[in-house]
Design a protein around this ligand. Structure first.
Ligand code: PLP
Length: 390
């Protein structure tokens, strides 16, 4: 039999899947598990979006769309940039893709040569480094910490830039930390990258889920950035598999050829549904949800601090908290497994997000109701009373 390609061999599994599977097994035995490991909104897709999707399904016009996406949706996304960020975009720079995940394939396909290094923060979203590897590149994991809001800085970018460096991949609000990059830091990174002739890939998937200052798009600071976003998180459409990439003007032709070959097109009914994502009724519902996430985050942050976890500054986005659990365990993976098995609370060990201090950290996702979070906190408190503090 033909052996597995080395690029596939280098892809790491998600450890959270192991936790999720253990949780499902316990649930099958009748245990109630509080899920704080899941990185998707617990709310259903907003009703106007579902209704638009159903109309599309009933109408039967479900053939392929143009490869870059429905023109009406690309124009709606361009209008969203003008409204939210004050950025006027040619809609032809917008490519609708199967999720942000599809947009990453497009952007990496456009910019990466074999052997290119890409600077990524550690901790960070695990797919980033796996996808860079899949494209023959080399992710350079740069340790970041709470003092620097868990984001790269222009100094870090400069210090790690080598002749092999092709670009920088930033995610803000970040997964797993929920922290938002300071616009001045992002601007300075843009200038640093421009001076080196590299690319900036800005993952803005958690924009909208912001609880302090407004999240600034990289496109406000640097017209040449490759920006990725998605309907998954803020718009509550994870399963519809729809996202987008904004590429610089000179990349439009190549991006068109690439999406033709990669996807033919993003799902048609999802694109029709997403046309309702920017309507007023949806906006009101999304704002209610944003407030609900904000309240959950605030509750959980203070509850975890009271329990003795060490957390950085109050995170201003997404739906994650990244907590240091070194006071309770030497290894966060063992801690997560024990917490699941003994207390019935599922969380994600730090190892999923990189190497930097991973054994000391766990990620809590507040993608469940306040009642469930309260019960989860009670269970963690009871469990911690049985643990010798390190
Ligand atoms: C930071 C980040 N980027 C991208 C994705 C992928 O999202 P999508 O569902 O749009 O493919 C995720 C999903 O969890 C994520 O956390």
């Amino acid at each position: 039999m033909r052996r597995l390609a080395s690029r596939a061999e280098r892809i790491r599994p998600f450890i959270v899947m192991d936790i999720l599977e253990r949780a499902r097994r316990l649930e099958a035995q009748g245990r109630k598990i509080i899920h704080m490991e899941i990185g998707e909104p617990d709310f259903p897709t907003p009703a106007p979006i579902v209704a638009a999707g159903m109309r599309a399904l009933a109408g039967g016009a479900l053939h392929y769309t143009p490869a870059p996406g429905l023109e009406s949706l690309r124009r709606a996304i361009a209008a969203h940039y003008l409204h939210r960020y004050g950025v006027a975009l040619n809609h032809e720079r917008i490519f609708v893709t199967p999720g942000a995940s599809g947009a990453f394939l497009l952007v990496l396909g456009l910019v990466l040569e074999s052997g290119d290094q890409v600077l990524v923060p550690d901790p960070g979203y695990p797919c980033n480094r796996n996808l860079v590897r899949l494209f023959g590149g080399e992710p350079v994991l740069i340790p970041v910490d709470a003092a620097g809001d868990y984001h790269l800085t222009p100094e870090l970018v400069r210090a790690h830039w080598t002749p092999a460096t092709a670009g920088v991949w930033i995610t803000s609000p970040a997964n797993p930390t929920g922290t938002v990059i300071d616009p001045r830091v992002l601007g300075a990174i843009c200038r640093e990258i421009e001076a080196s002739g590299g690319f900036l890939l800005s993952d803005e998937i958690y924009h909208g889920l912001e609880y302090g200052r407004r999240c600034v798009s990289a496109l406000e600071l640097c017209d040449d950035a490759f920006v990725v976003n998605s309907f998954s998180k803020y718009f509550g459409m994870t399963g519809w598999r729809l996202g987008w990439a904004v590429v610089p003007e000179p990349f439009i032709d190549a991006a068109t050829r690439l999406v033709q070959n990669l996807f033919i097109a993003a799902p048609t009914h999802s694109q029709q549904a997403a046309l309702a994502a920017f309507g007023e009724e949806t906006a009101l519902e999304l704002e209610r949800r944003r407030r609900a996430f904000e309240a959950r985050g605030r509750f959980l942050y203070h509850a975890l601090v009271n329990l003795g976890f060490t957390l950085g500054p109050y995170p201003q986005g997404a739906f994650y908290l990244y907590a240091n659990c070194a006071a309770f365990a030497e290894d966060s993976y063992r801690f997560a497994v024990e917490l699941l098995e003994r207390a019935g609370v599922a969380i994600t060990p730090g190892r999923d997000f990189g190497l930097n201090e991973a054994a000391n950290h766990v990620r809590f996702a507040y993608t469940t109701s306040l009642e469930n979070l309260q019960e989860g906190v009670n269970r963690i408190a009871a469990y911690l009373r049985t643990v010798d503090r390190a």
